[in-house]
Design a protein around this ligand. Structure first.
Ligand SMILES: C[S@@+](CC[C@H](N)C(=O)[O-])C[C@H]1O[C@@H](n2cnc3c(N)ncnc32)[C@H](O)[C@@H]1O
Length: 257
């Protein structure tokens, strides 16, 4: 049940999401004190490669991206006009020797996977001593909504209890990096607030997220409840008028050097 979705709609969702100011990669990178110039960098779980391209446009570095989804990789290559290197790989078992990269950035991936610890350990293995692992993930996401719908509340309780993925991973990242024997070097929290037309874009983004995870949600709340759930959730988002989510930007250094 990992979040590896082979569908054109998911590529479109990622591109639209990254175009919203709340998901601005350049703003995220401003939080980091790392100098990325001259480094060997991996965008791990690169999706359609928006971060990979942003890095290439802003830094003189040796940059590549990888993802488990072949469709995402193909899309990333097309969008980058074949000017960047992308390869298919499972982050839980990287086909690479130790000590390969100076910096690895893993953005919006761990919150969707069943094995975040395994991925952190595997990415740490392929970092050079003194290299940095940067993790960017949300915290709370669907559970942040203030709603006044009892049935929706029961469905969200079920999801909170039974979802196999961790939507509260943001707050856990510092500890997870320390437990992987990385030295915590930076931890920032960026609040994301959606109002007006941006709220409408996030409503559409959320609706698409739900449809991408339809079978997982149906297994938890029931086949016949999915449509009711998505409709009441998006309707309550609009009624809330202001939606928020915290984005964690955390980095850890591999000891040595
Ligand atoms: C929400 S998308 C984020 C994509 C990109 N990092 C971004 O910020 O736009 C999550 C990506 O992680 C990839 N992914 C999930 N589990 C993975 C794994 N075990 N190995 C490699 N990629 C994985 C998915 O295929 C998907 O492209």
């Amino acid at each position: 049940m990992n979040y590896i979705i082979e569908s054109q709609q998911e590529s479109q969702r990622l591109e639209k999401q990254n175009a919203l100011p709340q998901y601005s990669i350049l703003e995220e990178l401003k939080f980091l004190e790392l100098d990325l110039n001259g480094k060997k960098i991996l965008d791990a779980g690169c999706g359609t490669g928006t971060l990979t391209r942003t890095l290439a446009q802003n830094f003189h570095a040796d940059i590549s991206g990888c993802d488990a989804s072949l469709e995402r990789i193909q899309e990333a290559k097309i969008l980058s006009k074949d000017s960047l290197s992308f390869f298919q790989a499972d982050l839980t078992a990287m086909p690479l020797p130790e000590n390969e990269y100076d910096v690895i950035i893993v953005r919006f991936v761990l919150e969707h996977t069943l094995s975040p610890h395994k991925i952190i350990h595997e990415l740490t293995r392929i970092l050079k001593p003194g290299g940095h692992l940067v993790v960017i993930d949300l915290d709370g996401l669907i559970f942040n909504l203030h709603h006044q719908d009892e049935q929706l509340g029961r469905q969200l309780d079920l999801l909170q209890k039974h979802l196999p993925i961790d939507l509260y991973i943001g707050r856990k990242l510092p500890r997870m990096l320390m437990e992987a024997d990385l030295e915590l070097s930076e931890c920032h929290v960026q609040p994301m607030l959606f109002q007006g037309t941006e709220l409408e874009s996030e409503v559409e983004n959320m609706r698409m997220r739900f449809f991408q995870c339809e079978s997982m949600i149906k297994q938890i709340i029931g086949e016949d409840q999915f449509e009711i759930f998505t409709q009441s959730y998006t309707s309550e988002m609009r009624k809330a008028h202001a939606i928020f989510c915290n984005k964690f930007i955390v980095s850890g250094k591999k000891p040595g050097k």
